[in-house]
Every structure is written in C-alpha cells, then in structure tokens.
Design a protein. Structure first.
Length: 193
C-alpha cells in the first residue's frame, strides 16, 4: 500500500471509529444544542486554537458570520486571531494568555467558547477555558489523543481517539461543518426544506 492509499485508509478508519460510537454522536448533538441555546439567548460564540486549529477556529466563525449553504442572517461568532491583540498580549503577558485575555474582555455567561487542541494540553487553550468558566460560559472542546488536561475542564469534551495530529484535525473540520449545519437547521429551518 502506498502512502496515498494509507493516508486515505487512516482517515476513513478514524472517521468511522468516531462516528460509530453513539456516545460521541451524543456529544456532537449536545454541542449543537449548546451553541443554539447561546444564540437564542443573545449570546456570542468565540473560538480559539493554535496553528491548524486556529485556522479551524476561524473557519467555524466565518461560516457563522457569513453563510454555510444558503443565505441567512449572520450569527455573532469570533475566531480569536486579531494580530494586534495577540502580539500585544504575547509581548506584555506571555503567549499563554493570548486567548484568555480576549475572553476576559468580551465573554459573558450567555456565550460559548469552542476550544480546539489536538493534544488537549495547550497552555493558552487551558487558560482560555479557565477564563470562560470564570465568566460562566459553556466550553465545548475539540480534542484528540486522550483528551489531555482539557477533557476534565470543559462542558463538552469531544475527543478524537487517535494519536496522529492530521487525522485528528480531519475529524475536527468534519465536526465543525456538522456543528454549523446543526445550528442552521435549528435556527433557519427554512434553509433545509
């Protein structure tokens, strides 16, 4: 088997293992319900991650403020990524605080944080989670491997049972698309008739 076929087989196996587990599917449903409850109450969704996970957090936010499949009202979502903020906080307080300071400034109890960390041990994601919980926010985490420290800190820990970062990220982006579709189906059912 060459590497192309092997990569495909690994991806398919990882996806199948995750979605064949009813407990995992229940956590995905719970995540969608949590996002929808926040939006219905006038809340805001924040998301954060490092590297590829930051890109995924931005993808999630832009699909909510923009559109997914059909036009609809924009939803209040922010991927924490503004360069001025990140460089200021990293310089003045340290890299571990780049997301938590943003959550402390803008978060409130109606809001939700989507925290993305393939290891579950990213220090700046842990601090963002602590800040969110201190503000009474719900926290949904997309994790991998064994879930790391974050699995016991968040309201909804979704753990991809895999040791390979890129395979974990592939399931994360699938889950992000499912989150968005689920949110739209609840808030804009006319788009799915």
């Amino acid at each position: 088997m060459d590497f192309i076929t092997q990569a495909y087989q690994e991806a398919r196996t990882t996806l199948d293992r995750f979605f064949e587990d009813p407990a995992q599917v229940a956590l995905v449903r719970k995540s969608i319900e949590t996002f929808v409850t926040s939006f219905k109450s006038g809340g805001h969704v924040f998301s954060c991650g490092n590297g590829g996970s930051m890109c995924d957090s931005l993808h999630f936010a832009e699909e909510l403020t923009g559109r997914y499949r059909k036009d609809r009202k924009p939803l209040p979502a922010t991927g924490i990524s503004e360069a001025g903020h990140i460089t200021c906080i990293a310089n003045d307080f340290g890299f571990d605080h780049i997301f938590s300071r943003y959550v402390e400034a803008w978060g409130c109890s109606k809001d939700v944080l989507l925290a993305i960390s393939t290891s579950g041990n990213s220090a700046n994601i842990i601090k963002a989670t602590e800040a969110a919980k201190a503000h009474g926010m719900k926290v949904i985490a997309l994790l991998g491997k064994d879930g790391g420290k974050l699995k016991s800190m968040v309201d909804v820990p979704i753990i991809i049972p895999c040791q390979i970062t890129d395979r974990i990220q592939e399931v994360h982006i699938k889950l992000i698309h499912i989150f968005i579709e689920g949110i739209e189906r609840e808030l804009f059912p006319e788009n799915y008739r």
